[in-house]
Design a protein around this ligand. Sequence first.
Ligand SMILES: [Zn+2]
Length: 81
Amino acid sequence: MLNRGGRGVVISFHSLEDRIVKNSFRRLVQGCTCPKGLPYCVCGNMPLLRVLTGKPLMAGEAEVEANPRARSARLRAAERL
Ligand SMILES: [Zn+2]
């Protein structure tokens, strides 16, 4: 749903949720879904995203102090290409 240049942010509160986000981002960053070993790309899929967060961002000490439920939150962001 993002416009080109638009940024999407996902916050997850569980490591398995974060894994889904991470893997989904990776799939959209990669674009091409051709099986390995093809001499050239036949799927024509282009990368859709650029990931802005290498590691997920986590709440700092002060924020966790004020809001303990932020402790497990992980934020990942990506930009639509
Ligand atoms: Zn391909």
